[in-house]
Design a protein around this ligand. Structure first.
Ligand code: ADP
Ligand code: MG
Length: 332
């Protein structure tokens, strides 16, 4: 009996050693559905598991979702005021400051418009100009009164953090994994990719930019070695068609209409996931010319633009990572 236990223990230890030995090369992988999209995670090293990532995303979704009645955000939208703290306060602060920096192309008060077009319910419809005009009078960050903890919304104003929440979730997960001592990881949260560290086998990270005509295929590749957030916003990600016209989910807060800025998608590369997400939505609304001007006055992101004419343009700092396509470089 004693000998059986010794053999059993040795076998168990060996298995444990083998498994430990494997963790630096074989990643843990998982796929799950959250924030209304398919997500995947791959991580190397000990200290954390893929379920830490899904738990963190579920925790944030429960706070930030505009469609779940129980979320802090929905309760704020219903009551018109709330006390915020932690993640909700931090994300609203970032959303408002990004909106101010950009000058309106990114606006967290677009929710009444997003709802009028039927995107949250998926009961799509085209609102008429009278309805848009009346909703536009409640859109704009001047209708949000926030002192860092108490927030009050003017009558009719409602918040939507959908243009920035996945980036915030990716950034939170990246920080969590780093704290837990994870060596390397790649998170892919439906259009938002974030890498942590370098791949243990020394190979590069390769992230595809979706082909708007067939999003299951890559139209170009971004290849790099270290931590980075890469976020794509595109007209092809969520849309409906009525009478032969395509209406997509990124709205111009000035007109209330789907942004018609001549772009099919924008991919933003930045250190911070929240910033990359907010900027990808904003640059999509701004279009190539205004987006280029904004990039020239900034130093915290790079971008790849896909235009409706099928051209690919990369800012000077993004170009060295880009391959697999023909492109022009936007110089500083
Ligand atoms: P996705 O979330 O589909 O990956 P985005 O990050 O570009 O794409 O976010 C689009 C979402 O952001 C929309 O579904 C809507 O909820 C919200 N939104 C739409 N237009 C704007 C805007 N101009 N500013 C801020 N948020 C927006
Ligand atoms: Mg975004």
């Amino acid at each position: 009996m004693k000998r059986f236990f010794t053999v059993f223990l040795t076998a168990a230890l060996l298995t444990a050693l083998l498994l430990t030995g494997c963790t630096s090369t074989a990643p843990q992988e998982a796929e799950f559905f959250a924030m209304d999209t398919l997500m995947s995670v791959k991580l190397w090293g000990e200290g954390a598991s893929t379920s830490d990532v899904s738990a963190e995303i579920n925790r944030l979704e429960a706070l930030l979702s505009a469609t779940r009645e129980t979320s802090v955000l929905s309760q704020l939208n219903a009551a018109g005021s709330a006390e915020l703290s932690g993640d909700t306060a931090s994300l609203l602060t970032q959303a408002l400051s990004l909106s101010e920096r950009i000058g309106g192309a990114f606006d967290p008060t677009v929710y009444p418009l997003v709802e009028a077009w039927g995107f949250p319910s998926k009961e799509y419809r085209v609102p008429d100009q009278t309805e848009l005009d009346s909703l536009l009078s409640c859109v704009g960050t001047a209708h949000v009164h926030f002192d860092g903890s108490t927030v009050t919304l003017d009558a009719g104003t409602r918040l939507d953090l959908g243009g920035i929440a996945k980036g915030y979730a990716a950034q939170s997960c990246a920080e969590l994994l780093k704290e837990k001592g994870v060596e390397a990881a790649i998170l892919s949260l439906g259009g938002n990719v974030q890498t942590i560290g370098s791949k243990p086998d020394g190979s590069a990270w390769v992230v595809g930019i979706a082909d708007p005509a067939d999003p299951s295929q890559a139209i170009a590749r971004l290849t790099f070695e270290d931590s980075m957030a890469l976020v794509t916003s595109g007209a092809y990600q969520r849309y409906f068609e009525e009478n032969g016209v395509i209406y997509h989910h990124i709205l111009d807060p000035q007109t209330g209409l789907p942004a018609g800025s001549g772009l099919l998608s924008v991919t933003v590369l930045a250190e911070d996931g929240t910033l990359a997400d907010g900027l990808s939505t904003a640059l999509f609304v701004m279009g190539l010319e205004e987006g280029t001007r904004f990039w020239r006055n900034s130093n915290d992101f790079e971008a790849v633009f896909l235009t409706s004419e099928g051209k690919i343009l990369a800012t000077e700092g993004a170009a060295p990572f880009l391959s697999g396509c023909e492109y022009s470089v936007i110089e500083r």
